[in-house]
Design a protein around this ligand. Structure first.
Ligand code: PEP
Ligand code: MG
Length: 755
């Protein structure tokens, strides 16, 4: 074991480092001094610095202990040798027996054979590796955490030397492969639908840390504490602004965020680094680099999103330390702006002027990341594409195609024209949809169709008024559970449901009880891994096995209704006995609240989803017990055809517009009519104009869909003559077709139905 490396040694080293940086000399001279200093202070036999050159080559730029003739001659590719390994993984290594490491590559010209132990750290700037800093010892020894941390701190200083282009020319450091002005296309992942054109605004939250070593640690600590206080109050302001703007769900996300801001582990690590002698900015950045490095190998999406939240906070804290309040400087933003960011937190997105924001391009992120949830609610197209920052210059013309997951950079005239037309068409359609909002939702031959919304976020609620929908046909209660970091208690649930009922006003809301499991995972609920989660322990099955969970939710719903009407729907019911079980729990809660003198809902409607085919054979027993039935066609199709809805190889193999599915749907229409039970459909089918047309032909009169589908579906139905369609479809139910899509399209075309 090596001697312990304490805070005093680290402070001494950092103080000398400050002197080197302040002294005159070329970049190379300063680097040589830094390398000698590290070797001396850390009592290392070797200290070397490798710098990234064009073509992803790491060149030995300076060394103390290896052959000096190897400087500027020894080069390693990223991934080659331990140095290349550190660069490749952007993570420190500490090895007591380096030659036994699988990546070890021996370079005879360096004369490094006698050195057994090695610690290496990446030289990081932003998200890019600019080089590698290494110390080596002859003897076999471990490295203390403090030693690795000190190397990381010094690596930050070296990163600045490189960035100030004192070591290699900026053209070499730039990784932009293409000549800057040529058009380019990036293909990525579609994360939020829609088309956007505009000028690139590079979201650079990172402020350069100019001074690494503090003159006075106490004063730095005070500065840090003051910045923390202003950051907290700024987050509070943001929370308030978001609430006022009706973006209530972002509230939840930001609350999680504030929790991080108060995270003691994070704060104490920063304070420790200040105590060791760093400036507040350098300490914040060091903890950020360290967290990034420690978490970079974790692939769990939830943890990665939390790391993202922490980065977002770090950037805010840096801005507050620098005396700036926001990274979004409105004065310099173009009117049509496309944000380009490595990654971004939801609060950072909300910092930008929404009236100018057209699209978002992220290098990292998943559709379920908080920033995407917020972007979708704001109707901003999002594409994720790696390499975006390397290819795009500020104010480059960009087209973000959130429907197909592609981005055009500096597009040629013809592409710009084509997309301008598509964007204009999109706007015209949106305008047209806005115009028909107040027109009745009736077919050409006078059949009224009730259009309802599928919601899951408070942020969706403003759409209820804007779209002209009649109510919320499906409120997915699991979504607010999914964006929280802990299980909401009865009070938190009551508050949430009450806000939804309040905001919906006199429009009805159908609350579906918790539908987790399958692809909907709650981060804080650990369950056993299932071989077949879609067929596993999910939705009402969990609620029936853990009645207290379901009872708490039902209690919260009853309390939230507070004497107003309430509709409750159970998901994934597979047999009447399950419905009875769930209903019994609701009755128990009703009784309990009555005993406490709580007012019962003025009208309680209870229904179920039909997603599991077995229920089709219990309709006569089930329907008399229900007030309404809603078809979950997403799951019903998956179970009917035994085709995983989340697997692209099977999900498109069978068509919902096929004879078997239409027969099932028609049967439901007939049975519900016989038992006088309201029927609706709330799967994705309802929101696709052609499918919605077929559903109306089958006999559905209530369709529940996501907000952007309301305009297209309403346009379709207002041009439809139901009687003609019903007659046409009579001949389709029992054929041998794989799909009826083409036939239905032809019908629409021949009859002027606007699909
Ligand atoms: C469905 O299965 O069609 C449905 C609406 O439920 P979810 O998509 O939430 O599973
Ligand atoms: Mg479902």
């Amino acid at each position: 074991m090596g001697r312990t490396y304490d805070g005093a040694s680290s402070r001494r080293l950092l103080a000398s480092l400050r002197d080197i940086m302040a002294a005159s000399g070329t970049g190379q001279e300063r680097l040589d001094k830094i390398v000698s200093l590290i070797a001396a202070e850390m009592r290392a036999d070797v200290c070397s610095c490798y710098v990234m050159r064009a073509g992803e080559v790491l060149e030995l730029f300076s060394t103390e202990g290896l052959n000096k003739t190897a400087v500027h001659n020894t080069r390693l590719r990223v991934g080659e040798g331990i140095v290349g390994y550190v660069a490749n993984h952007a993570r420190p290594v500490a090895l007591d027996n380096a030659p036994s490491h699988p990546s070890f590559a021996y370079r005879p010209e360096t004369g490094e054979d006698p050195f057994l132990s090695l610690a290496g750290v990446p030289i990081l700037r932003g998200s890019k590796v600019r080089g590698v800093l290494v110390i080596q010892h002859k003897d076999r020894r471990g490295y203390a955490e403090e030693e690795v941390e000190t190397l990381q701190t010094i690596a930050m200083v070296v990163a600045e030397l490189i960035a100030q282009s004192e070591l290699v020319s900026p053209s070499e450091v730039s990784t932009t492969g293409d000549p800057v002005l040529l058009p380019a296309r990036l293909s990525g992942t579609a994360m939020s639908a829609g088309l956007a054109m505009g000028l690139a605004v590079i979201h650079r939250p990172q402020l350069t840390v100019r001074q690494m070593v503090a003159e006075d640690s106490e004063a730095e600590l005070e500065r840090f504490n003051a910045a923390l206080v202003t950051m907290h109050s700024a987050i509070d302001d943001l929370l308030e602004a978001v609430t006022l703007a009706g973006l209530g769900e972002s509230l939840d996300i930001l609350e999680t965020y504030r929790m991080f801001a108060e995270d003691r582990g994070w704060l104490s690590r920063i304070r420790e680094a200040i105590h060791v002698g760093l400036t507040a900015e350098a300490a914040v950045q060091q903890v950020q680099n360290d967290t990034r490095a420690r978490m970079s190998h974790l692939t769990d999406p939830y943890i990665r999103e939390r790391v993202q939240d922490l980065e977002d906070l770090t950037n805010r804290l840096m801005q507050h330390l620098a005396g700036k309040t926001s990274g979004a400087d409105a004065a310099t933003q173009p009117d049509d702006m496309i944000l380009v960011a490595r990654s971004m937190g939801p609060a950072e997105l909300l910092d930008y002027d929404r009236s100018r924001l057209r699209g978002l391009l992220l290098e990292e992120g998943t559709p379920s990341s908080h920033v995407c949830i917020v972007a979708r609610a704001l109707n901003i197209p999002v594409v994720q594409a790696s390499e975006a920052l390397n290819r795009i210059e500020p104010l480059d013309q960009l087209i973000v195609d959130g429907d197909h997951g592609q981005v055009f950079i500096r597009p040629a005239e013809d592409i710009q024209m084509a997309f301008s037309e598509a964007v204009a068409l999109q706007h015209r359609k949106e305008q047209m949809y806005a115009e028909i909002r107040s027109l009745p939702s009736v077919t050409r031959d006078g059949v009224p169709i009730s259009i309802q919304l599928n919601c899951g976020l408070l942020i969706d609620l403003p759409h209820l008024k804007a779209s002209g929908a009649e109510g919320i046909g499906l409120y997915r209660t699991e979504i607010p559970f999914m964006v929280r970091s802990s299980y909401p208690d009865v009070q938190a649930q009551t508050d949430l449901y009450a806000r939804i009922i309040d905001e919906a006003g006199d429009k009805p809301v159908i609350f579906r009880t918790l539908d987790v499991g399958g692809d909907k995972i709650l981060p804080y609920m650990s369950g056993e891994a299932e071989e077949n989660p879609a067929l596993g322990w999910r939705a009402v099955r969990i609620g029936l096995d853990h009645p207290s969970l379901l009872r708490q939710q039902l209690r919260a719903l009853l309390l939230a209704a507070a004497g107003r009407p309430l509709s409750v729907m159970f998901p994934m019911i597979a047999e009447v006995a399950e419905f009875d079980g769930a209903r019994r729990l609701l009755d128990l809660e009703l009784k309990r609240l009555a005993a406490q003198g709580v007012e019962a809902p003025s009208r309680l409607r209870v229904g179920t989803m039909i997603e599991v085919p077995s229920l089709l054979w219990q309709l006569p027993a089930l329907l008399p017990k229900l007030d309404f039935l809603s078809v979950g066609s997403n799951d019903l199709t998956q179970y009917l055809f035994a085709a995983d809805r989340g697997n692209p190889r099977t999900s498109t193999r069978y068509d919902s517009l096929s004879p078997p599915m239409l027969c099932v749907l028609r049967r439901l229409v007939d049975e519900c009519a016989r038992h006088k039970v309201s029927l609706s459909l709330c799967g994705e089918m309802a929101g696709r104009p052609l499918d919605a047309m077929a559903l109306i032909g089958v006999g559905f009169r209530t369709l529940s869909m996501s907000p952007p589908s309301v305009g297209p579906v309403k346009t379709m139905l207002r041009s439809l003559e139901v009687a003609a369609l019903r007659d046409y479809m009579t001949g389709l139910y029992f054929g041998s077709d794989h799909s009826l899509r083409d036939k239905l399209k032809t019908f629409a075309k021949d009859h002027g139905v606007d699909i």
